[in-house]
Design a protein. Structure first.
Length: 269
């Protein structure tokens, strides 16, 4: 008999995570994975094999993203600074999480719906679920992510999420269900994302890091570095990269206190 899961916290994220408990978990060894590689070839193999042997972050979406009436954000493409590739997303919440993952120093590559997990439910009924996002982490493991709606995760997602979590854990991966970030974090990161391309800092970031070695208001550092018109894009790029650290849970403005991040925290100049 498959035991019940215990209440636990999922990985921390910019949004609220969803504790999963009280549901039976399918045996991960019986979970199949369906994915379409970058050449358009479809595969269906055991999930544990797919997670160990395939670079799922390079796969195309396993399901198409339809244009739905009433949605504020239609399917589109996000240029990921992390990998230098375009990521195809399906809706607004997915785009937001792609943006947050793209800024995460632990993430080395990401994709939207690159894999569909399939298993047998009660009475042998076939069940499938394609998590909204997948990210490859610096340690080589992966993380599967689902986006909860504005009213939270629905019952259908909760029922399937517990099985996805079990499958992810068995493969040495992680799984989380996330909500939207706060309005301030969303607005600030979205602004900084406009400066994510390396061309915004053609001269590198070493001088910027040195300038903010001690905390100072953002605008004061910019003035010390030179012409503000030329310096602001590079400073915003440094904030995006995590070379500079500032409180992003409050409105970002020119007087916000800013300091260089420690080099050991995934920061590369």
């Amino acid at each position: 008999m498959i035991p019940l899961t215990k209440k636990k916290e999922l990985l921390p994220s910019a949004g609220d995570s969803l504790p999963l408990y009280g549901f039976r978990r399918v045996d991960p060894a019986l979970v199949e994975a369906r994915f379409v590689d970058e050449f358009g070839q479809e595969h269906q193999i055991p999930w544990l094999q797919a997670a160990a042997e395939n670079r799922l972050e390079e796969c195309v979406p396993v399901q198409r993203f339809p244009v739905l009436k009433g949605r504020r954000v239609a399917p589109g493409w996000w240029w990921a600074a992390t990998s230098g590739r375009h990521v195809h997303y399906g809706f607004g919440a997915m785009q937001t999480q792609v943006m947050l993952l793209d800024r995460d120093p632990q993430v080395t590559a990401l994709a939207c719906r690159p894999v569909e997990l399939m298993w047998r439910g009660r009475g042998g009924k076939a069940v499938s679920h394609a998590p909204h996002l997948m990210a490859r982490l610096a340690d080589g493991s992966g993380v599967l992510i689902d986006c909860a709606g504005a009213r939270g995760a629905g019952r259908r997602l909760i029922q399937r999420a517990v099985h996805v979590e079990a499958a992810a854990e068995a493969a040495g991966w992680h799984y989380r269900v996330v909500g939207a970030p706060t309005a301030a974090v969303d607005a600030n990161v979205r602004w900084l994302a406009g400066y994510r391309h390396p061309r915004c800092a053609p001269g590198g970031l070493s001088s910027i890091s040195e300038c903010f070695r001690f905390p100072r208001p953002l605008v004061e550092g910019v003035r010390l570095l030179g012409d503000p018109i030329a310096v602001w894009p590079a400073v915003f790029h440094a904030l995006w990269r995590g070379v500079l650290s500032a409180a992003l849970d409050r409105p970002l403005h020119e007087r916000v206190l800013t300091v260089s991040a420690p080099l050991g925290a995934g920061v590369h100049l």
